[in-house]
Write a protein that binds this ligand. Sequence first.
Ligand code: BTN
Length: 246
Amino acid sequence: MKEDRVNRASPLFHLAAADSTNLAAKRFAEGGQRLPFAVLADSQSAGRGRRGRPFYSPGDSGLYFTYALASPADRSPGQITCAAAVAAVDAVMTCYGIRISIKWINDLLYRQKKIGGILTEQTGSRLFIGIGINLWTAGFPDDLKETAGSLLKARPSEDRRLILARTLMEALDRRLHDEPVETMREYRQSLFHLNRLILVRSGTLEGSWILTRNIDEFGRLVAETEDGTLHILEDGDVSLSGKDAL
Ligand code: BTN
């Protein structure tokens, strides 16, 4: 394991392999590591997404990263996930000049394919923000390649992944301390499906086609159903099309 300090307060622990960087970060915290800190792994054997879904994390192909911090008292879980998504958009723009977009609430998209996501978990007063980004999917199985996009045309070097991780730490620090109103404005601007018809795949309204009218200040989706009624969704999965998982 290598340790790299972005600044004196926030070490970045770089592991060659992890089961999941969220789990590794929890173990570091339980072992007494002071918050905040970050964990980066070159691969994960048990990378996870929301609802216990696996997150495919082969060696040297993506960014597998967790930021551990004291839970901010002044942010709702939805606002934290939205701030992390905006930080990922910022960091990818800074490092690669590529504008990615967001699918509510935690998916990162590029060219209409999922390139990553965010898994935020809370344990007591500690918060673990896991971020996975596919940088290069050449070796992905064919079925995954249909829905998983990637950002780069060549395998990312260790240096490039480290630079992205450090940039992401800085972006997270900034976005988690920004006025939530400002971060939510940026979130809406990066949202792929504002005023577009999408399918609700789970949660309340499951199976309905809705128009995304807004994301409110707490990160909830304001949905309009066919009869013109407005609903507020706290949680759930939405899909850009009826055909695939995206
Ligand atoms: C999702 O697609 O629902 C979220 C995926 C989050 C994946 C990242 S990779 C780093 C961190 N460790 C994990 O096990 N999950 C997150």
